[in-house]
Design a protein around this ligand. Structure first.
Ligand code: 5AD
Ligand code: SF4
Length: 478
């Protein structure tokens, strides 16, 4: 087996970052092949993803690299290389990871070849890495969100070292294109259009763990989507923490609406989704583009967070209750059948019953198709964490239950709106409970089950929506 110094020989290392990573993929391939020969079997991996779509896309990049190296997907945590791609947006996500690590330690005692890797947002927090060093010293590799493109290089180090490899960067302005990626679905894909966030909502840890906002070059985005379409993809989800501010920091600035118009031109691409929009940057130009487009899906996710202008100000959201309501009216007046969904936080420091009722009022007025409701979680290092008047758990729980009941009542009422109509469904999979059915999604993201077989997966099919059962439709092909 080659030694670390031989692989990290300056004379051999390519200067270009993508080429450099392909060099390490080749080096890792040799190491893994030797291990496999020794063991007489393939080495397996399992990538376990927590959190948002951004993390899901990052995990596809990890899997792409692992498969190039020669690892094969294994059975859950019994695999030889287990990676947790972590989330830290709320405290309970962190606790879950610590809980799982104890369980992994037992697995590792039984499999001496097992390696454990941790990455993602939680690793960008200093106190987390300290805890891992102290209490979970059996972990092999720890890296963060900014250097994920160096995964192959870090893996080579970890494979050839007996001690924990930790590499965390505070920030980066690098965007490395053209590394391998393995999609979870053949027919749809996430596409990063920007990284990081500059908004600093006062409760949110994302700007600290994902760094400053950086947009990808539109040419790279379009090229990536063209390749995906050649490869069978019909639906893309454009990903960014605040897609409405896309392009502002590029050398040749461009708006999100202009990017969408370029993507719309890609032949063979059928559906465009995006997430997440920030109300403060939602332009009239974008709403016009939505109205004109034939490919942008009829689903807009527009996080509200709170309906109280007073709390929105403390959250540093930079819009008022009235601004939000006006935006929804504008969207609906141009695109009447647009489903609107949202995120709401309950129990932000200082939230009074009156503030909470303002949130309930917006929920009532907007009639969201669905809403993700969260209990405020104190994140160390954010401005809200040191605000006085943290709300007692009992009060928060009571408000949360009332909000959830209202949100559910409204979504149930709205969910059958298309019953009787014929609509396009992108078929995603065989139904988990009844193999004679397939499951897909409407443009507005609603779920539809109808009789069909695996041959329909990845196709857009016209379906009559016969019946709505709670949160999904039962239909038939027309
Ligand atoms: N506590 C609770 N929810 C939060 N979110 C972000 N930070 C926090 C926090 N500290 C929610 C917001 C955001 C979603 C992704 O997570 O509603 O839109
Ligand atoms: Fe967090 Fe606000 Fe940025 Fe969203 S926009 S990631 S809530 S800071």
């Amino acid at each position: 087996m080659k030694k670390l110094e031989e692989i990290f020989d300056d004379k051999l290392l390519p200067m270009d970052e993508a080429k450099r990573q392909y060099y390490f993929i080749d080096a890792a391939k040799d190491i893994v092949a030797e291990k496999e020969a020794e063991l007489g079997r393939k080495l397996t991996f399992c990538v376990n993803t927590f959190g948002c779509q951004m993390n899901a896309r990052d995990s596809e990049k990890l899997v792409g690299i692992l498969e190039q190296i020669g690892y094969v997907e294994g059975k859950d945590e019994d695999s030889d290389f287990v990676i947790y791609n972590t989330c830290t947006v709320r405290e309970n996500a962190n606790n879950k990871v610590y809980g799982r690590l104890g369980y992994l330690h037992n697995k590792k005692k039984k499999n001496p070849h097992m390696m454990i890797g941790l990455c993602g947002c939680m690793m960008q927090e200093e106190h987390v890495v300290e805890t891992i060093r102290k209490k979970y010293s059996f972990v092999d590799l720890v890296f963060g969100t900014h250097n994920i493109y160096k995964f192959a290089e870090l893996l080579v180090r970890a494979l050839l070292s007996d001690s924990m490899i930790v590499d965390i960067w505070k920030d980066t302005d690098q965007i490395v294109e053209d590394l391998p990626v393995e999609r979870k679905y053949s027919f749809k894909s996430g596409v990063n259009i920007m990284f990081g966030c500059n908004n600093f909502c006062s409760y949110c840890i994302v700007p600290y763990v994902r760094g400053r906002e950086r947009s990808r070059n539109p040419r790279d985005i379009v090229r990536e989507i063209e390749h995906l379409v050649e490869d069978g993809v019909v639906e893309v989800m454009l990903l960014g923490q605040n897609v409405n501010s896309y392009g502002k920091n590029l050398d040749e600035p461009i708006t999100f609406a202009q990017l969408l118009e370029q993507i719309e031109q890609i032949e063979g691409l059928e559906r465009i989704r995006f997430m997440t929009s920030h109300p403060k940057d939602l332009s009239d130009e974008l709403i016009e583009t939505l109205a004109k487009s034939k490919k942008i899906c009829k689903h807009f996710h527009l996080p509200l967070q709170s309906g109280s202008t007073r709390i929105l100000e403390k959250m540093n959201r930079r819009y008022t209750k009235e601004d939000y309501l006006l935006l929804v009216d504008k969207i609906r007046s141009k695109v009447p059948d647009m489903a609107i969904t949202t995120d709401i936080i309950v129990g932000f420091p200082g939230e009074t019953e009156e503030d909470f009722l303002e949130t309930m009022d917006v929920v009532e007025k907007v009639q969201f198709d669905s809403a993700f409701t969260f209990i405020y979680s104190k994140r160390t290092g954010t401005p809200a964490a040191s605000m006085e008047e943290q709300i007692s758990p009992e009060v928060v729980k009571d408000r949360f239950d009332r909000l959830l009941a209202k949100v559910q009542e409204i979504s149930q009422k709205k969910s059958g709106a298309l019953t009787g109509q014929v609509a396009d469904v992108l078929v995603e999979e065989i139904n988990g409970q009844d193999a004679s059915l397939v499951t897909g999604r409407l443009s507005n993201n609603a779920v539809v089950h109808f009789p069909g077989d695996a041959g329909l997966i990845g196709k857009i099919i016209q379906v009559r929506l016969n019946e709505c059962k709670g949160f999904y439709y039962i239909g038939e092909q027309v």
